[in-house]
Design a protein around this ligand. Structure first.
Ligand code: ADP
Length: 634
């Protein structure tokens, strides 16, 4: 095939622009990314060699600097790429979430960009931080196609042409920028490889140039990386630093993990596992398919896949690590692997272990656990919703802010129940967009007066989760914004008497409000939950909550219009005034305005936007005029 020049996909051009034109302090990671790609390529070909022995070879990654020409070459005898694979893999980014990712990069401090590049899985392009021209020569293993050369200066285009390589694999030659010549130094290369790639199982060799008698000759030095599969070693022999480095290698993330879980399972499934709970949540733009590839599966030290969906349930996708099985069959295709009963056994064992370790962190170091929950609580909640078998254990891992905690402080369900005063029968919660909105909600008034605490649920997922928890420790979970509260006999009778009396007293006013607001309201009644506000909106016990309706709207999902109940506070002076007005002027058109204002107020306290805010503010202005005039005795 002939030489051709192609334009990079727009997204790649934007990315390269950011990579090339910013100044970074941590450029070293380009080598980590290229070595990781080389190791992946070898993993792939070594897996293929299980069924195609012709592909067997001594796997190796070679790093070769050429000081004279300022070139740094990284080569592997891995799977290689065909011409079309090359065009697809390097030149386009076909991932969901790329747009969001790019805009995050643009907003981000430039110093973080290299890390983000690795995490998003576009690490190859980081090489343009140090190189002003890159050549890739690659040949696909097991294909008759000729090798291909790819050359680019990282501007808007690249050229692609046939090349002469006869062995499969890939070599990447970087033309280093003038200020990046330090990457030609042996010590520098060794330092970076040791730091980031020590655990790569394939040998990483350094080839230097030695001055011979007449000409320079290349000289292979001892292997740089220790190739230690640390997950196979007893935990007592592995240092914290080694765990940290290995975590960095797995996650492309230069940070301490929050927790490591290193153990050997025996019995129904035999495997060794080294798992990490990250210290920080992945970026929101990470697409679900990327989040899925948390665990690397090995079978007797042979890398099989980094995407075996059955290995962990989806809600634990934030866990990174390695599982090395000693009883799964090696000659199994990746496609049917996840149906192997052995995988399910590993899955069960891992889930049990992860939950137990999180519980132990919860018990031993609450502060650390809380910081975990802040970032990963929504995954635990997903588990409560989806993992029926472990639901009870997961429930004990939940944390909530409450009406009585200060902002940012949380309690568990167990702690909540322990603190319930004797008269409280249910666990109360209230869901809404923010703590501020909830703190001021009229739904809390009565509960507050009784010293009953209320769990605050401010994440969209809470609405779903709470439906999976009808009760905890024998106590019903009850929305403060729905139905009637279950109270002790005395309080209940008092409340009922009061509301009954109010209903009789204000019968005609209630009838009027109901009639006038019938398009929006299902019922008007006197409330037992209000002590300060004049009114609020309440949902029926089994209706979706106001928050749920809001979430559906935000997702652009259709939901039938829910008519709520308008509850009135029998003790509020506004009700008495309206009654007076009604008795004197039952036909006055102002009554309709008052009714609408009352309903608008109830909407506003729920954080629901008004359909006609202009009308509302005009009416409030008029009422203010009346109020002010009467203040000054006009
Ligand atoms: P990632 O490796 O995270 O997928 P990169 O941008 O680093 O992202 O690489 C893009 C793709 O190019 C890889 O997924 C792989 O398919 C291909 N690739 C990169 N380097 C090599 C290599 N040395 N050998 C074979 N394929 C490679």
């Amino acid at each position: 095939m002939s030489e051709e020049t192609r334009k990079f996909q727009t997204e790649v051009q934007e990315l390269l622009n950011l990579v090339i034109h910013s100044l970074y302090s941590n450029k070293d990671i380009f080598l980590r990314e290229l070595v990781a790609n080389a190791a992946d390529a070898i993993d792939k070909v070594s897996f293929e060699s299980l069924t195609n022995p012709a592909l067997k070879a001594d796997w190796e990654i070679i790093i070769e600097p050429d000081k004279e020409r300022s070139l740094l070459k990284i080569s592997d005898n891995g799977i290689g790429m065909t011409r079309s694979e090359l065009v697809e893999n390097i030149g386009t980014i076909a991932k969901s979430g790329t747009r969001e990712y790019l805009s995050t990069l643009k907003k981000n401090e430039s110093k973080d960009i290299p890390e983000l590049i690795g995490q998003f899985g576009v690490g190859f392009y980081s090489a343009f931080m140090v190189a002003d021209k890159i050549e890739v020569v690659t040949k696909r293993a097991g294909s008759d196609e000729k090798a291909t050369r790819w050359v680019s200066k990282g501007e808007s285009s690249y050229t692609i042409d046939d090349a002469d390589a006869s062995e499969h694999g890939t070599s990447i030659t970087l033309h280093l920028k003038p200020d990046c010549k330090n990457y030609l130094e042996e010590w520098k290369i060794r330092e970076i490889v040791k730091k980031y790639s020590d655990f790569i199982e394939h040998p990483i060799k350094f080839v230097g140039i030695k001055k011979g008698k007449d000409e320079a000759v290349s000289e292979e030095k001892p292997i740089i990386n220790s190739q230690k599969a640390i997950w196979l070693r007893p935990a007592a022999e592995v240092t914290e630093e080694q765990y940290k480095q290995f975590y960095g290698h797995l996650s492309h993330f230069d940070a301490e993990p929050l927790l490591h879980i290193h153990y050997a399972a025996e019995g129904t499934a035999e495997f060794k596992a080294l798992l990490f709970i990250p210290s920080k949540a992945p970026f929101d733009f990470l697409s679900p398919e990327q989040q899925k590839s948390g665990l690397h599966l090995y079978i007797r030290r042979v890398f099989i896949t980094d995407s075996c969906p059955g290995l962990l349930p989806e809600y634990l996708r934030f866990v990174k690590g390695v599982v090395d099985s000693s009883d799964l069959p090696l000659n199994i295709s990746r496609e049917i692997l996840q149906e192997n009963p052995g995988i399910l056994k590993i899955n069960k064992n891992l889930v049990r272990k992860i939950i137990a370790e999180l519980k132990s962190l919860f018990d031993k170091d609450r502060e650390k656990y809380s910081s975990f929950f802040k970032d990963f609580g929504r995954y635990v909640k997903e588990g409560v919703h989806s993992d029926f078998q472990n639901r009870d254990k997961l429930l004990d891992l939940l944390l909530f802010e409450t009406m009585n905690t200060s902002s940012g402080k949380t309690v568990s369900l167990k702690e909540y129940v322990e603190k319930m005063p004797p008269g409280q029968k249910e666990i109360y919660y209230l869901s809404g967009d923010s703590r501020l909105l909830l703190e001021n909600s009229p739904h809390l008034e009565f509960l507050k007066s009784q010293n009953f605490d209320v769990l605050f649920m401010t994440e969209p997922i809470d609405e779903w989760v709470v439906q999976s928890i009808p009760e905890y420790s024998g106590k019903k979970l009850k929305s403060a914004g729905k139905g009637e509260f279950e109270l002790d006999e005395k309080t209940k009778t008092e409340k009922e008497d009061k509301t009954r009396k109010a209903s009789e007293e204000h019968k005609n006013l209630v009838e009027f409000l109901k009639k006038h607001l019938e398009n929006d309201i299902r019922e008007v009644r006197f409330s037992s939950r209000l002590t300060e506000s004049a009114c609020c909106l309440v949902s029926n016990e089994h209706d979706p909550s106001i928050q749920m309706e809001r979430i559906f709207k935000a997702m652009n999902r259709e939901m039938p219009k829910m008519k709520r109940i308008l509850e009135l506070n029998p003790d509020h002076p506004l009700i008495a005034s309206m009654q007076n007005f009604y008795d004197k002027n039952p036909k006055d058109s102002k009554l309709a305005e008052f009714a609408e204002l009352l309903y608008d107020q109830a909407l506003l306290t729920e954080g629901i936007p008004l359909s006609d805010p202009l009308k509302f503010s005009k009416r409030v202005a008029m009422l203010m005029v009346g109020g002010i005039n009467s203040e000054i005795g006009k």
